[in-house]
Design a protein around this ligand. Structure first.
Ligand code: MLT
Length: 410
């Protein structure tokens, strides 16, 4: 009989969002009259803007004509999209990249998980607490950890608590780490990192021979012009950081699927003999073997995000979500709740009322307000006592949710 990967049995519960979905379905079945507002998973609600739809349609039409038909594309992504990213995303930040350093994919969730393929199991991994659960769970799945303790910390992984007293910013890992995950603007807390803070991380990584896995999936929501959008705005990062970017939240592609990972030529790690190996060569090998690229129409639609029209339409939608975030933040603040995030990020991180546990607060909000959020403890033990709300809802729903929460809880 085949043998399973026993590491999967170490995972404590189902993945957070399906677990929330299960609880909400049970509640909805028992309360069919309840009008449930979902601000849990960070899924977008605004439709794709016209310039993107237009490019999408045109690309589909291309596939219907012999002369413009496309079969397999390059596993790394089409040059037309990579060039747009170099010119429109990185060049304005003063970051110089070439085509071989950018890899188009179908999502940052997959990329942050799949990147583990190219690293030895012996690497020590450091990650935030609370954290996007994918970083934690995928390391458990590949066998980089032991069992979880009673709090939920897995043996062998190094956790960097992100606490209220530190503005939810992680401190340097307490033991030597080889791979360090960072996410700014942060999911789940909405915390941001200044250039000075990112510089400290880059200096630390260079000094300790660590590699930063920098998740910038939410950079488009930065409003403050002083905040960095890419780790490569910090000199030296091109030698110690891999950056993950996504069209999901930026341009409403959660259902369309497109993202990219940047691995500059200078980013290396050692092989068994101690020789330095360029990581983009390994990632290229991995992607060419296990991935056949993102579909042509999706990449055409993604490129249209950075056309003049596309970008102005996308920015309007981002502004809409950020106005949602402002409405949630100010409404709940006025009602006396302590609310973090939501200023340069689409997530709000609330303190539960009366010291309630995160899941009790989840049940209370669902049961009394028919509003779904995400329990902070689902992101890690230090998230206990906190609760995440997503600003990606419809405006009417956001206003209604804030009104219900204020009425019932305050
Ligand atoms: C979230 O709600 O944390 C995100 O939508 C999850 C994801 O991007 O995979």
């Amino acid at each position: 009989m085949a043998r399973i990967n026993d590491n999967y049995l170490k995972l404590k519960a189902g993945y957070l969002f399906p677990e929330i979905g299960r609880r909400v379905r049970t509640f909805a079945e028992a309360n069919p009259q309840a009008k449930i507002i979902r601000l849990g998973i960070g899924d977008v609600t605004r439709p794709l803007p016209p310039a993107i739809i237009e490019a999408f349609h045109q690309a589909v039409n291309d596939l219907g004509r012999r002369e413009s038909f496309h079969g397999y594309g390059p596993e790394q992504g089409y040059g037309f999209l990579i060039d747009v990213l170099i010119d429109k995303v990185y060049q304005p930040l003063g970051v110089k990249l070439h085509g071989g350093e950018i890899f188009i994919s179908d999502g940052s969730k997959c990329d942050t998980a799949n990147i583990l393929d190219i690293f030895d199991l012996g690497n020590k991994v450091a990650l935030g607490d609370p954290v996007y659960p994918v970083y934690n769970d995928t390391n458990v799945m590949v066998g980089r950890s032991g069992e979880a303790d009673e709090k939920g910390y897995y043996q062998g992984l190094v956790y960097m608590p992100c606490l209220e007293k530190n503005n939810f910013l992680p401190e340097f890992p307490r033991e030597k780490a080889d791979l360090i995950y960072l996410c700014f603007p942060n999911n789940p807390t909405g915390a941001t990192a200044s250039k000075e803070i990112l510089k400290k991380w880059v200096d630390f990584a260079l000094a300790t021979d660590a590699l930063l896995l920098f998740d910038a999936a939410y950079e488009a929501f930065i409003v403050d012009p002083a905040l960095p959008r890419s780790i490569y705005e910090v000199p030296g990062a091109e030698r110690c950081a891999i950056e993950f970017r996504s069209f999901s939240k930026t341009a409403g592609f959660t259902g369309v699927r497109c993202a990219f990972t940047v691995i500059p030529d200078g980013v290396t790690a050692k092989d068994v003999t101690g020789e330095k190996i360029q990581l983009n060569k390994l990632w290229n090998r991995r992607q060419s073997t296990k991935f056949n690229g993102v579909s042509y129409p999706v990449q055409k639609a993604a490129a249209a995000v950075y056309s003049e029209q596309g970008w102005s339409q996308v920015k309007e939608i981002i502004g809409y979500y950020m106005e949602n975030a402002r409405i949630i933040r100010s409404g709940l603040n006025q009602a006396g709740l302590t609310v973090y995030g939501g200023e340069n990020a689409p997530y709000l991180w609330l303190k539960t009322v009366g010291g309630m546990s995160s899941w009790d607060f989840f049940d209370k909000l669902l049961g009394e307000c028919h509003v779904v959020g995400t329990p902070g403890s689902g992101f890690g033990p230090s998230g206990e006592g906190f609760f995440r709300l997503s600003a990606f809802g419809d405006r009417d729903n956001i206003e209604e949710a804030v009104a219900r929460i204020c009425k019932n809880l305050c």
